[in-house]
Design a protein around this ligand. Structure first.
Ligand SMILES: Nc1ncnc2c1ncn2[C@@H]1O[C@H](COP(=O)(O)OP(=O)(O)OP(=O)(O)O)[C@@H](O)[C@H]1O
Ligand SMILES: N[C@@H](CCO)C(=O)O
Length: 306
């Protein structure tokens, strides 16, 4: 195989109580990428459509992630990358991570799959660090593994695949403002009160248990964030109104997607998720802010070959 086309999906990181460790994979929105083997050695980004991003390999997360796998594999060929970007950078639904994960997945396929999913995640994290200033895998892991994932540790990287409930649907609203992950990290406190830590790890443990037992009530009850949301919600206009509308219309829970500004909610059926989507559209329709919404099943497979 000398060429591959892939779909690299959007992802939701943090999932309220799991800052930097928890994430899940979406399936209606994602980037497409075409990766070609070349005789000339090295990595080149030849095309980016959709958004204005650097073609320079070391400035683009896809280029940096590609170099990480390439320098490890030392193949007798090079690779050219085309990126068809659908996920707006700075959206909070893993735009940078989709590029980083997609490119390492594709190069691994073209090399005959020598690397495990965990090794691919390590390479992709090198790219993600260019965008956010820190190596975290909470967007990368759900893209590469699919479904819900928990990053048990970064060094060495250990990723746990959690069960994906079959009837769970995510509704997303993306207000068209940009929140840079690096800036959304800078506003967080360096230390937190013990009582908040206790609440947060109790919710994270409960959420993992809820996924294992298919307990939707517990899942909703665990979707709380007492550590990060109080700071970051201030960056998202009408955040509290959206959350109230989602919960009043049957969502199990609602929170900030990644570092925002996107907001996610989870619902137990497609019908409820669509009702939630309509309710949150109404909130933003009354404002001047442009936005888009979508509803998605949880994608259990992650990145797909097209
Ligand atoms: N291939 C790429 N795709 C997306 N962003 C890129 C890419 N290469 C470099 N960047 C830079 O990364 C930054 C966007 O990453 P950031 O982590 O802030 O957003 P995000 O990935 O949408 O958010 P989140 O990680 O919270 O879901 C922008 O400054 C953008 O220019
Ligand atoms: N866990 C990361 C996800 C965004 O890349 C954060 O919230 O900063």
């Amino acid at each position: 195989m000398n060429e591959i086309k892939i779909f690299s999906p959007a992802t939701v990181a943090n999932v309220s109580c799991g800052f930097d460790v928890l994430g899940f994979c979406l399936d209606t929105v994602g980037d497409e990428m075409v990766i070609k083997k070349t005789q000339e050695k090295g990595i080149k980004i030849t095309k980016i459509e959709g958004f204005n991003l650097p073609l320079e390999v070391k400035k683009n997360v896809a280029g940096v992630a590609a170099l990480a796998i390439y320098n490890d594999a030392k193949p007798e060929c090079g690779f050219e990358i085309e990126i068809y970007k659908k996920i707006k950078p700075g959206s909070g639904i893993g735009s940078s991570s989709a590029s980083a994960s997609g490119v390492v997945f594709a190069i691994n396929e073209l090399l005959g799959k020598p690397y495990s999913k965990t090794q691919l995640s390590t390479f992709a994290m090198k790219g993600e660090a260019v965008a956010s200033g820190s190596e975290h895998a909470d967007n990368i892991a759900p893209g590469i593994f699919g479904g819900f994932t928990l990053v048990k540790s970064n060094h060495p990287l250990k990723i746990l695949e959690l069960p994906t409930p079959t009837n769970l649907y995510a509704t997303l609203i993306h207000p068209q403002i940009e929140v840079k992950t690096s800036e959304a990290r800078d506003i967080l406190p360096k230390s937190i009160p013990m009582e908040n830590a206790i609440t947060q790890w109790s919710n994270l443990g409960s959420l993992v248990h809820a996924l294992h037992t298919n307990d939707y009530h517990l899942l909703g009850d665990s979707l709380q964030d007492v550590i990060v949301e109080p700071y970051r919600s201030k960056l998202i206009p009408h955040y509290n109104d959206v959350k109230e509308a989602a919960l009043n219309n049957g969502a199990l829970g609602c929170g900030i997607s990644g570092s925002g500004p996107s907001i996610f909610s989870l619902s137990e059926s497609l019908e409820t998720a669509k009702k939630v989507e309509k309710a949150i559209q109404e909130i933003y329709s009354k404002t001047e802010i442009e936005f888009y919404t979508f509803t998605s099943k949880i994608n259990a497979d992650g990145i797909k070959i097209l």
